[in-house]
Write a protein that binds this ligand. Structure first.
Ligand code: CA
Length: 237
């Protein structure tokens, strides 16, 4: 489930946004201050943040800048919410590292459209669009994985965690992901789960892909992590 953190000090607005997002199938956490937002992100990395500009204490703008300067949150998708509609403010919001900018009041329809657009660009694993690589097809809507081989289309049986892991690999192919990054992006937690957990689930995923000759798609990059690649054997495994 796609995790959205709503950072908004006006509780009526925060509540309204979260009701609408939950209704659309998102898992929502609310934070009323920059400190609460930072604590929420430290605990579980969300897939996207709706960040109000005007907060008591540290501003949303300063928080966005802070996130962009930290390795763990550099890629975190952020949509700034603001009552300001000045062009200059919009530019400083985007300069601070926001991926998009919404001026209050906005419609739920617009909010949902912007969220999907930002996720498509920055966290496609959070959407339910089917992905296909090297004959391997994963469909989040039906939760099915298949591979087309010389013998035809064959079903791949994977557990829920391996499914999410494969989904993440397939939406970010040819890139090496460290165990800590995988814990953050697939489990949402790099603090309370051991990095060895990643190895266990990668092993299970390879075993699940073995019957369709797909185990080699998931490559171990020594000292760095894992990646999904079609260029088998280009790096030491
Ligand atoms: Ca506010």
């Amino acid at each position: 489930m796609t995790r959205v953190l709503v950072v908004e000090d006006e509780s009526a607005i925060a509540e309204l946004i979260s009701i609408n997002l939950r209704h659309a199938g998102y898992e929502v956490t609310i934070a009323a201050t920059a400190d609460q937002a930072q604590a929420a992100v430290d605990a579980v990395l969300p897939d996207l943040v709706l960040l109000d500009w005007m907060l008591p204490g540290q501003s949303g703008l300063a928080l966005a800048k802070q996130w962009r300067s930290s390795a763990r949150t550099r890629e975190l998708p952020v949509i700034m919410l603001t009552a300001r509609s000045e062009e200059g403010d919009k530019i400083s919001g985007l300069d601070a590292g926001a991926d998009d900018y919404l001026t209050k009041p906005f419609s739920t329809k617009e909010l949902l459209a912007r969220i999907r657009a930002v996720l498509r660009r920055k966290a496609p694993e959070a959407l339910d669009t089917a992905v296909e690589i090297a004959g391997l097809r994963l469909d989040p809507a039906t939760r099915r994985v298949t591979r087309t081989t010389a013998e035809g289309v064959r079903e791949v049986k994977v557990g829920p965690t391996e499914f999410r892991l494969l989904h993440f690999f397939m939406t970010h192919p040819e890139r090496v992901h460290s165990r800590a990054q995988l814990l953050d992006r697939v489990w949402g937690d790099h603090v309370f789960i051991e990095e060895r957990t990643v190895d266990v689930h990668v092993k299970r995923l390879r075993e699940a892909l073995q019957p369709v000759q797909g185990a080699g798609l998931i490559e171990t990059v020594r000292g760095a992590g894992y990646r999904l690649t079609q260029q088998v054997g280009t790096l030491a495994t």
